[in-house]
Ligand binder design. Sequence first.
Ligand code: ATP
Ligand code: MG
Ligand code: MG
Ligand code: MG
Length: 573
Amino acid sequence: MRASRYLIATQKETPADAEIISHQLMLRAGLIRKLAAGLYTWLPMGLRTLRKVERIVREEMDRSGAQELLMPAVQPAELWRESGRWDEYGGELLRMNDRHGREFCFGPTHEEVITDLIRNELKSYKQLPANFFQIQTKFRDERRPRFGVMRAREFIMKDAYSFHISAESLDETYQLMHRTYCAIFDRLGLDYRPVQADSGAIGGSGSQEFHVLASSGEDAIVFSTGSDYAANIEKAEAMAPAGERPAPTQAMTEVATPGQRTIANITEFLKEDVTQTVKTLLVKAEAEAGAEEGSDPGLVALVLRGDHSLNEIKAENLAGVADPLTMATDEEIQHATGCAPGSIGPVNLPVPVIVDRSAAHLADFVCGANKDDVHLTGVNWLRDLPLGRVEDLRNVVEGDASPCGQGTLEIRRGIEVGHIFKLGNKYSKALNATVLDENGKTATMSMGCYGIGVSRIVAASIEQNHDDRGILWPDAIAPFRVAVVLLNGHKSPAVAEAGEKLYQQLQQAGYDVLLDDRNERPGVKFADMELTGIPHRFVVSDRGLEAGTLEYKGRSDADKQDVALADAISFLK
Ligand code: ATP
Ligand code: MG
Ligand code: MG
Ligand code: MG
């Protein structure tokens, strides 16, 4: 590619609304542009990297024996009614009608569509196991899209769905996907950890997330220093010995007991001292409810921590924040938070309040359920707390003994880039997806599902690979692997000619090359090549040509070096 004919949309200024480094660099390097909240155009330079990520994911999925297909992004409501998710999924589901008034959604995930396909296509256990994947655009109407493509509304996911006649077969494919994901993330050059995740809500029997370690990560993950134990924080909380959690105080139990949820009761309860943290939480809850007035405000949650309670929060502050809301039921909240009965309860106020004494429950709430946006309302404003705050509220803390007894716990931040899940028969049962087993009897298939955030990976990689001059792409996903920069190429025919020749040779040797033939100052060219993260750079200059050399610099090298013109290709190998 010739830079003079290519959209190099680099920017000097750091965009004001980009909070994290990958978002800043993706804008500054000209990889993406925002169209609207959570909607991004991939510019040519960014798309090249996205396609390389896709290619690695596809190659490894192919290698695992999974079959690629492509399902529609738009899905009929009937299928979602069949699974029960049309009513359960909540605000993240973008719903729409066609000209005949029929209902559809833009798929946030494809369990229903694949299960519908497979119940029609597969007839016999002999056709199992089978694993199907696609790399496709999803839409989730995230309440708070942020960090660019990291948490977008429209994004690209690799999703796979496997079908089985037995639990053992599901287990085998699940393990195979685990190995496949490790192969993918290794090839992508990411520093990642597979961690145990809670699968309770969907009723599956196993679930693991793959997290890229980064301080900007929205999730917390817990490791043991002395063993292989690794879990996301929700799972870690769930696995922590129950006795370590403080018992609820009398007031808390009262508030949480159904039948006692009155404004008087809660006002009474709120008469004590309040910590800044708790205040922050409530203010955020109010702001969010207020901002949403007129629209469906969803569930706003107040989380009280451990031995703290509130006094400055008066009932008036809670009343009138929004019109009476649809209350989440006890069951729904328990489903979302995983809290034991009695330890938590929705309060009969205009703003539903979750009173939760323990950090564990807060953590549960942070990532609670992916089922229903109603529950996720709380998640988003909790996520907006300054990093570190949420940890303060937890009761799994660094230095605790690990559940397996070996080593102590360490907590790090992670970006969820993959998720594997044993679904069991949730969807196959609801949609009646059966095959004939070896005795000729009808058997419901078991299923697994396996997601990778393809577009999120681009941002996650930058979080791990950058310096103060820009991106440091690993070779595997760099938009171009080599830059050939011409110094004074517009005035010097010798430079233009030698550069052209090198450009051709490198391409023939299989490299993606960007020939920087622009009529720009050297400083501008170097800065652009560094900002866009091209791993290898050759400079062609009159002075070098006189000595028969090129100047080479690796993107993360401290120094430049001279390479004989004739050796350029072998030098790179
Ligand atoms: P998160 O916890 O970040 O909201 P999720 O658990 O809802 O993600 P899954 O349903 O497990 O997501 O989807 C599979 C993968 O898709 C995730 O592991 C993640 O990498 C990616 N993904 C999910 N939501 C988004 C998004 N809004 N923008 C970009 N990628 C996403
Ligand atoms: Mg989500
Ligand atoms: Mg998640
Ligand atoms: Mg997930």
